[in-house]
Ligand binder design. Sequence first.
Ligand SMILES: Nc1nc2c(c(=O)[nH]1)N[C@H]1C(S)=C(S)[C@@H](COP(=O)(O)OP(=O)(O)OC[C@H]3O[C@@H](n4cnc5c(N)ncnc54)[C@H](O)[C@@H]3O)O[C@H]1N2
Ligand code: MOO
Length: 404
Amino acid sequence: MALMSVEEAVGLVIGEVSALGSEDVPVAAAAGRVLAQDLPARRTQPPADMSAMDGYAVRGADIAQTPAHLTVIGESAAGRPFSGSVGAGEAVRIFTGAVVPEGADTVVIQENTSRDGDRVTTTAPTAALRNVRLKGCDFSAGMPGLKAGRRLSGRDIMLAAAMDHATVPVSRRPRVALIQTGDELVLPGQGTGKDSEIVVSNAFGLAALARRAGAEVTDLGLVGDDLAAIRAVVARALSGEFDLLVSSGGASVGDHDLMAPALRAEGVDLSVHKIALRPGKPLMYGRKAGVRVLGLPGNPVSSHVCAMVFLMPLVRALQGDGVPGPLTAPARLAVEVAANDARRDFMRARMERHADGSVHVTPFASQDSAMLSVLAAADCLLIRAPFAPAAKAGDPCEIIPFED
Ligand SMILES: Nc1nc2c(c(=O)[nH]1)N[C@H]1C(S)=C(S)[C@@H](COP(=O)(O)OP(=O)(O)OC[C@H]3O[C@@H](n4cnc5c(N)ncnc54)[C@H](O)[C@@H]3O)O[C@H]1N2
Ligand code: MOO
């Protein structure tokens, strides 16, 4: 059977996905969530012309010549505006963040003045209109401040709060169920010391990546290589409690690789199985009604790479994220690499930043998809396109930097 290209598979997995429902969350809890609707400003900022400096609010025309002598008629502080207006030859003592009083249009910083009782004299020139933040220069009421589909950063929630939103509408978190299959698997600390045992690792990495992408994750635990047992846990995961089932293991063609038969027996329509991807060839994707299923290979590195290429983008797309990723970056090869075969390769690699800012990437000598020590030592994946010719040190390349 011909292998499906990674692009086609990604298209099938996230192509027709739209956001699950939405919920309102306090703005303080909204960082990392995806905005479900455009967020307009509920007020104008600054709400009035405001001083950007500590000094004196004056009429610009009055200070065209230095020195200019003015009479101080009052004070405007942040939150405590001056109620009168500034006439010709007058000044109001003003502080940063205070409303510029009516009549004034310029603020002279106090370092450029000398004060004597209620008289103030300018000691250096100030251009008219300086040091004033005009009403609405940041945003105006009704203006679309943040667009739907945006994953909110700390900077975004500052803007949301300043626009006077105590809560923000975000897409609800996709509910993800994890299953790990394999008779050999034991939990950390629970092995009996037999050479045939393998301590599970995959669910920890998968849960971490899914949560980082915004999912609520439930680990349904380990299940042996037994069709009835796998079907039972698959049936639970498909029962409506979850939006996405993610399995690891049992995806290949061996006699004990039972995930595809179990999924099909439980009514999952598998549209992807076997991809031109390394690591991660035996990747499955399918749906049963509203529940999506991602069947990842058991090899630990394969499961993790597939999670970066398919699981995280899918979890983000299920929140309506307009940029589901993964985000790639340009770099240069630090060493030569051999020609690639038909599978798009995501090589574990380390990057080094040179003084000129360029990033140089060295893939590890071992690219075994079982080797967690190499995965943990890597800080990026070097992408090699299908049939890419051999390349030499200094050639441009593309990487996916790990986010942690
Ligand atoms: N004849 C063929 N054999 C294999 C092929 C193939 O095309 N033809 N593909 C290989 C590739 S590529 C991969 S990747 C693996 C994937 O196999 P499975 O998804 O069936 O994975 P398992 O056999 O269940 O496990 C593989 C390996 O990973 C260990 N493992 C499994 N689950 C976990 C876990 N949760 N935590 C840690 N380690 C885990 C497991 O013990 C095995 O060592 O198939 C190749 N074979
Ligand atoms: O795809 Mo497998 O992950 O090459 O080992």
